[in-house]
Ligand binder design. Structure first.
Ligand code: PLP
Ligand code: SF4
Length: 340
């Protein structure tokens, strides 16, 4: 028998599932993932060894957008560990962007004159197999308030820095009160004009964009820019669209960056549809990144000439403002390098 209290609660007081709960309950077991998505055992690569190097992690709202029974699903391929990851190739390294040489203080990467990147957390809502920071030494970059004070005073001493970028990990995996504190500290540095947040969370858990979140994003003197990370039009469902619209209605500039990935989004029609869907939600495409050669990611790589040809085909399909800039990050350069 169903207890009366449960019946009474069904419609009226069912607690809303919070983004924190969704984050905590993400699927981390590869066998569970395959079972949930009806992937046949013969289609399952030997996942476990690959998981040891970089754990599997997929939250429910993202999982729900994957087509069951399709081992080539473009969202599944972004999160499913592959045997190919274990293969070593020359040129594919643990620190392809030479970030360790630009990491003067814990939690701070300063490569480009006018903007400083704060590695605010190691936590992500999702683990993307091609991630260039999959081997970033997060344990040396764990921040105490003391570390943050030092990073902030570093920025305070450099008047050429007018923009602070929160990155990670995913900064939006931190609680809002911590982000609000950090945003307040950044705003107290007079020469900083902009706060940029690089996050994939609104795409993978759109419930993340709460009133509380909009609160600290808008109650600052800084101009705030949220740069999303989405690679495929199937990632943009109604809930993601609504999350982007909430940001836009609050007056926040919303941009998107993608990573060009073989077998996932390496067709002009796919990228054109991504740009169209993002813009319909209120988000402008910003960068299309050539893959950073991080160890274990070569199976996602496209040659530069292929990438350039694809970008040309994309230009032929879209208005200029919906064409993301095709870039590669090369160590030692003062900015990203435009390939096309
Ligand atoms: C990409 C990047 C930035 C931001 O570059 P933009 O071209 O302004 O988007 C800043 N710092 C680091 C270390 C970066 O890798
Ligand atoms: S969300 Fe970004 S930082 Fe996190 S794993 Fe994916 S690419 Fe890497």
């Amino acid at each position: 028998m169903i207890p009366v209290s449960a019946i009474a609660c069904q419609d009226t007081c069912a607690p809303e599932v919070t983004w924190q709960t969704i984050l905590q309950q993400a699927v981390t077991d590869p066998v569970e993932l395959c079972e949930r998505l009806a992937i046949r055992p013969e289609d399952r690569p030997s996942l476990l060894a690959a998981c040891e190097q970089f754990a599997l992690r997929v939250p429910e709202p993202y999982l729900a957008r994957i087509e069951p029974g399709n081992p080539r699903d473009p969202l599944l391929l972004q999160v499913l560990p592959q045997v190919a990851e274990l293969q070593e190739y020359p040129g594919f390294t643990s620190d392809p962007l030479d970030e360790r040489n630009h990491n003067p203080l814990p939690g701070l990467v300063h490569k480009y004159d006018s903007r400083v990147l704060l590695v605010s957390t190691s936590l992500c809502a999702i683990h993307c197999r091609y991630c260039f920071r999959r081997e970033f030494p997060y344990q040396d970059n764990r921040n105490s308030r003391q570390d943050w004070q030092e990073a902030l005073s570093y920025i305070g001493q450099r008047i050429e820095v007018n923009e602070v970028i929160l990155s990670g990990g995913d900064p939006m995996s931190l609680p809002d009160r911590q982000l609000a504190w950090l945003a307040g500290q950044v705003a107290s540095i007079p020469h900083v004009a902009r706060l940029r947040i690089h996050t994939r969370l609104p795409v993978v858990i759109p419930q993340r964009i709460t009133q509380e979140c909009l609160g600290w994003l808008t109650s600052t003197r800084l101009q705030t820019v949220v740069v999303l990370h989405s690679n495929h039009p199937n990632e943009i469902d109604g809930d993601v669209t609504a999350a982007i619209q909430r940001l836009r209605q609050a007056g926040i500039t919303v941009l998107n960056q993608s990573v060009l990935l073989a077998g996932i989004n390496d067709e002009a029609s796919t990228l054109a549809s991504l740009s169209e869907k993002l813009f319909a939600a209120g988000c402008l495409p910003y960068y299309l990144h050539a893959l950073d050669p991080v160890r274990g990611s070569r199976h996602f790589a496209l040659a530069d000439d292929q990438a350039i040809a694809l970008h040309k085909a994309l230009q032929a399909r879209l208005p200029g403002f919906l064409v993301p800039r095709l870039v590669r990050e090369l160590p030692g350069q003062p900015a990203k390098t435009w390939l096309a």
